[in-house]
Design a protein around this ligand. Structure first.
Ligand SMILES: Cc1cc2nc3c(=O)[nH]c(=O)nc-3n(C[C@H](O)[C@H](O)[C@H](O)COP(=O)(O)OP(=O)(O)OC[C@H]3O[C@@H](n4cnc5c(N)ncnc54)[C@H](O)[C@@H]3O)c2cc1C
Length: 529
């Protein structure tokens, strides 16, 4: 007999997250900040201890900042340089990863279980998120107008149903959710296997940069990580198998160029086959896919987890605004529009890097690496690679913003640059001042003074707030939140200032002259409704 569901009951949660890996945990932490009632389930009871992500870029660190994590939350090692070496030609490529972008180092290494525990602490602190481990999703049914009925098996082996308005599949590369919504995982699986070895406490100083030893006989990326750790990734030859290569005597042989096995402790090792795959759509009605459930990439540019973090930063606030009645459910369609093209671009970049890292023969290595070395002689091409300009910018072509010609440093459909601010609580990064809000930011102008009381109320009803970022020496002009800009990243407009509508994920929705304040509010509300 068909069960009648009371969708108006308290038993219906707003969001069910399937998977408490790093991406599911980051989503839960963000939803917690927005005050959304959500439940996370995971079939496992604790974080996975396999050697997986090791590198994060400035964009990932900025999203983790958004989720409430700071420099103290988990340990990192700042990487100053990536060097690529060919056995026949010597060094053929370098990437400069010194310095910061938007307040964060360009590249760090970290220990994934450490990050996952930090995210879980953040989720626990949020208060509105219920976490149930040892519980596996078995099935889901969507009821178009109402929500999703999820069938799960709990830790006692019993089947239960969970009712949710929306469901997010953060259940990894073998996603059950992806299968249940009928999404194919298109792309390719690489023919090669890779042995990953994490070791720690070598007596001698560890390497202080990332090195790619691009030897066709045994390509090997090698890098330092927190806690005196080092990571080696060894490509296996077709005749080698995982079981044999994981044996201590084999690992000893592989590590011999760097250290004897007696000089370090091998913490963990695993053999992987890498994939480059992406779904055709990241959403089916009330169900969304994030992280490895939506896309997987070979790790040569360290972007798998980073892409998942971009997914959840994009989706979390939209879900929050919808379930809290501040925006129309139609805005959720922009998640796929905004995220999928960039995820695909990153996979393409990783594939290109794979060609550099693992040429299949000595002649190919000499040809590819020789060409790369030659390109370094041409200054613009050298800086294209060395300064990471090859990395696809995280700027949307279409989505929940209004397109316009770029003016100055503020780009619609891309994140507002982060800047140091002087506030009454001392120096703070601008994202921390923007907080978890949709914000009308006045650069050098108090936005509230340009609006009628009615427009202010309309903006607040849409979850909007006001922030006056004054130039050095400017004073607050109303009860808008106020801070003083300490750098030049946000210089926009003339002396009368500039207005920017910034989404909670820091993406610029709209911008314009102070005279356009009323119009900007109307346009932003129209985009949300
Ligand atoms: C060797 C290697 C190196 C890498 N290096 C990097 C790097 O340097 N930088 C980077 O950004 N990325 C890197 N990655 C990728 C990164 O590790 C992944 O992208 C990331 O861990 C994916 O996180 P996730 O939360 O999407 O999925 P997962 O971590 O796989 O989590 C999925 C969770 O869902 C749960 N689950 C699955 N099915 C169900 C179900 N039916 N019901 C309930 N729960 C379920 C699982 O138990 C799991 O906890 C690397 C990966 C590998 C393998």
């Amino acid at each position: 007999m068909k069960q009648t569901i009371d969708w108006a009951s308290d038993q219906v949660i707003d969001v069910l997250i399937v998977g408490y890996g790093p991406v599911g945990a980051a989503l839960a932490a963000l939803l917690g900040r927005y005050g959304v009632q959500a439940q996370v389930i995971d079939k496992l009871n604790d974080v996975l201890m396999l050697p997986r992500a090791i590198a994060l870029d400035n964009e990932a660190l900025r999203i983790l900042q958004m989720a409430g994590l700071d420099d103290q939350s988990f340990e990192r090692v700042g990487i100053q340089e990536v060097r690529m070496r060919c056995p026949y030609l010597g060094e053929f490529g370098r990437v400069n990863t010194r310095g910061t972008i938007d307040g964060h180092p360009k590249l760090v290494t970290f220990y994934q279980p450490d990050l996952e525990h930090a995210l879980r602490r953040q989720v626990e602190a949020a208060g509105s998120i219920d976490v149930t481990t040892g519980t596996e999703l078995l099935d889901l049914q969507q009821q178009q107008e109402e929500g999703v009925v999820a069938t799960v098996r709990n830790a006692q082996g019993q089947q239960q149903t969970i009712l949710a308005r929306y469901l997010v599949g953060a259940d990894g590369a073998r996603s059950v959710v992806r299968g249940l919504i009928g999404q194919a995982f298109k792309g390719e699986t690489y023919a090669q296997d890779w042995l990953i070895v994490d070791a720690h406490h070598r007596d001698k100083a560890s390497v202080d940069h990332v090195e790619f030893i691009c030897d066709p006989r045994r390509p090997t990326p090698h890098m330092p990580a927190p806690g005196g750790r080092e990571r080696w990734e060894f490509m296996l030859q077709p005749h080698e198998n995982a079981k044999d290569m994981e044996q201590p005597e084999q690992i000893e042989k592989l590590l011999a160029p760097w250290a004897r096995l007696s000089e370090l402790t091998v913490e963990r090792q695993a053999v992987y086959r890498f994939h480059a795959r992406c779904c055709e759509a990241f959403q089916k009605d009330r169900v969304f896919l994030v992280g490895d459930a939506a896309h997987v990439t070979p790790p040569f540019v360290g972007q798998g987890l980073v892409a998942g973090l971009r997914d959840v930063a994009n989706l979390a606030w939209k879900l929050a605004w919808v379930v809290q009645g501040k925006a129309n459910p139609a805005i959720l369609d922009s998640y796929d529009t905004e995220r999928r093209p960039h995820a695909r671009s990153m996979i393409r970049l990783a594939k290109l890097m794979g060609k550099l890292v693992m040429p299949t023969s000595a002649p190919r290595a000499i040809a590819i690496h020789g060409a790369m070395r030659g390109l370094r002689l041409i200054a613009p091409l050298r800086s294209y690679f060395e300064e990471l300009k090859i990395k696809p910018p995280n700027q949307f072509r279409a989505g929940l913003f209004q397109r316009a010609k770029r003016r100055g440093g503020v780009v619609r459909g891309a994140q507002l640059p982060q800047e140091w601010l002087r506030t009454d609580q001392g120096l703070r990064l601008s994202d921390d001042v923007l907080g978890d809000h949709l914000m009308l930011v006045g650069l050098g102008v108090d936005p509230k003074t340009r609006l009628t009381a009615g427009s202010c109320q309309r903006w607040e009803a849409a979850g909007g707030q006001f922030l006056h970022l004054g130039w050095r020496g400017q004073a607050p002009q109303s009860d808008s939140l106020f801070a003083e800009i300490m750098g030049n990243n946000l210089m926009m407009g003339d002396a009368s200032g500039w207005l920017v509508v910034v989404r909670p994920d820091r993406v610029v929705m709209l911008d314009g002259e102070p005279e356009a304040a009323e119009k900007l509010i109307s346009q932003a509300c129209a985009l949300l409704c």
